[in-house]
Design a protein around this ligand. Structure first.
Ligand code: HEM
Ligand SMILES: *[C@@H]1O[C@H](CO)[C@@H](O)[C@H](O)[C@H]1NC(C)=O
Ligand SMILES: *[C@@H]1O[C@H](CO)[C@@H](O)[C@H](O)[C@H]1NC(C)=O
Ligand SMILES: *[C@@H]1O[C@H](CO)[C@@H](O)[C@H](O)[C@H]1NC(C)=O
Ligand SMILES: *[C@@H]1O[C@H](CO)[C@@H](O)[C@H](O)[C@H]1NC(C)=O
Ligand SMILES: *[C@@H]1O[C@H](CO)[C@@H](O)[C@H](O)[C@H]1NC(C)=O
Ligand SMILES: *[C@@H]1O[C@H](CO)[C@@H](O)[C@H](O)[C@H]1NC(C)=O
Ligand SMILES: *[C@@H]1O[C@H](CO)[C@@H](O)[C@H](O)[C@H]1NC(C)=O
Length: 315
């Protein structure tokens, strides 16, 4: 299999004589050599300013890739002909980090106009966020292009919801090519960040597989019919990317129902135990799963476009 870099930085490989564009780790090496450092610098600054931002940027990558692939569609604002994914049930008043992406994009457009896609920004920012919070690094593959559209309907259909059971979660991940082990690994993303009362209320008031003292403490900040916004840290060390999330599950201290179902006399129990006791394995498996996530249905070559503003399709 031969491979060469085209003058515009597009990488092709010849498969049975047909040139096929593909992702590569040095995609911007000549077209925008500073791309990776610009993204990392901005992410590091944003995370220093607010640690939770690292979590918010990691989540953006998941919500982009699971909906029609990693194509930056999650970033598009609603217009007359685009149904904004930001307004999907799983995203509204919940997804964060759009301003950080705007800052990164503005800097990139200044350094190398029209070169770096918004989809790639999300992929790199997710990795840099995890690293900034003490987690593993992994090699990002680049060359994604940005979508011309978005779909609120697809977002609502494809993204998991806080009230789902293990069977539903497994089915949603299977539709994207991820098995139950990978569901557990990627759920480990909840080692950082926070959740609003509206999302964990169903677990702390309706489920029995929860530590009673932990339940009591969450109920004291999230009332049964009270405001929906009080935040709970998703694990006991939510500003650090570590394997605490899995330890918490063993102690029935998962914040979301969808977290605790991974350890509740389930087929996934053994893996939760493994990661709770082996952070190095969790780190390497998480990196590999993120690379796989980043390859979901990407646009390549001349597909889509490179948006100049991540919030809207180019004129
Ligand atoms: C397995 C199915 C999943 C469900 C049901 C789920 C659901 C949720 C919910 C309800 C929240 C709280 C949102 C809010 O209150 O505004 C949340 C936060 C978060 N999710 Fe997930 N999630 C899942 C998988 C993932 C995956 C695969 C990742 C990344 C690899 C991820 C990363 C995050 C992060 C980092 C946060 C915290 C965001 C912040 O603090 O801004 N989640 N998730
Ligand atoms: C979508 O609407 C915008 C204006 O809101 C317009 O510029 C654009 O051409 C439209 N795109 C398509 C594919 O219809
Ligand atoms: C981002 O920059 C920081 C230094 O500011 C560095 O420690 C970190 O390793 C960089 N991230 C990546 C993924 O290279
Ligand atoms: C969305 O855009 C992609 C290419 O960017 C295209 O393949 C797809 O058909 C479009 N979907 C809709 C519903 O227009
Ligand atoms: C999921 O797939 C990985 C390989 O990609 C494999 O190692 C693992 O055993 C699989 N898990 C399940 C539950 O099938
Ligand atoms: C608990 O379950 C009941 C019955 O299924 C439902 O009506 C109620 O809304 C749930 N409570 C919460 C806080 O989700
Ligand atoms: C699993 O089931 C057993 C027996 O019903 C119960 O004692 C145990 O607490 C359950 N484990 C979890 C994690 O719920
Ligand atoms: C963690 O692993 C060590 C060996 O690496 C083992 O001795 C210990 O029992 C394990 N602990 C748990 C809770 O599984």
């Amino acid at each position: 299999m031969a491979s060469f870099s085209g003058i515009v930085g597009i990488v092709f490989s010849c498969i049975f004589g047909v040139a096929v564009a593909q992702l590569s780790s040095d995609f911007y090496a000549t077209s925008c050599p500073k791309a990776l450092s610009i993204i990392n610098d901005t992410v590091v600054k944003a995370v220093q300013k607010e640690l939770r931002m690292g979590a918010s940027l990691l989540r953006l990558q998941f919500h982009d890739c699971f909906v029609n692939g990693c194509d930056g569609s999650v970033l598009l604002d609603q217009t007359s002909n685009i149904t904004g994914e930001k307004d999907a049930l799983q995203n509204q008043n919940s997804l964060r980090g759009f301003e950080v992406v705007d800052d990164i994009k503005a800097e990139l457009e200044h350094a190398c106009p029209g070169v770096v896609s918004c989809a790639d920004i999300l992929t790199v920012a997710a990795r840099d966020s995890v690293v900034a919070l003490g987690g593993p690094s992994w090699a990002v593959e680049l060359g994604r292009r940005d979508s011309l559209n978005a779909s609120k309907e697809a977002a609502e259909k494809d993204l998991p919801v806080f009230s789902h059971d293990l069977e539903t979660l497994t089915a949603l991940f299977a539709r994207k090519g991820f098995n139950a082990s990978e569901l557990v690994i990627l759920s480990g993303g909840h080692t950082i960040g926070s959740a609003a009362c509206v999302t964990y209320r169903v677990h702390i008031y309706n489920d029995t597989y929860i530590d009673p003292v932990f339940r009591q403490s969450l109920q004291s900040i999230c009332k049964f019919r009270g405001p929906i916004d009080p935040l709970a840290a998703l694990d006991n060390t939510a500003d650090v990317f570590d394997n605490e999330f899995f330890k918490d599950l063993l102690h029935l201290k998962g914040v979301l129902r969808t977290d605790q179902v991974l350890y509740h006399n389930a087929t996934t129990d053994e893996l939760v135990k493994t990661y709770s006791n082996n952070s190095a394995l969790f780190f390497s498996d998480f990196g590999a799963a993120m690379v796989k996530l980043g390859k979901l249905d990407v646009l390549l070559g001349s597909q889509g476009q490179i948006r100049t503003n991540c919030r809207k399709v180019n004129e």
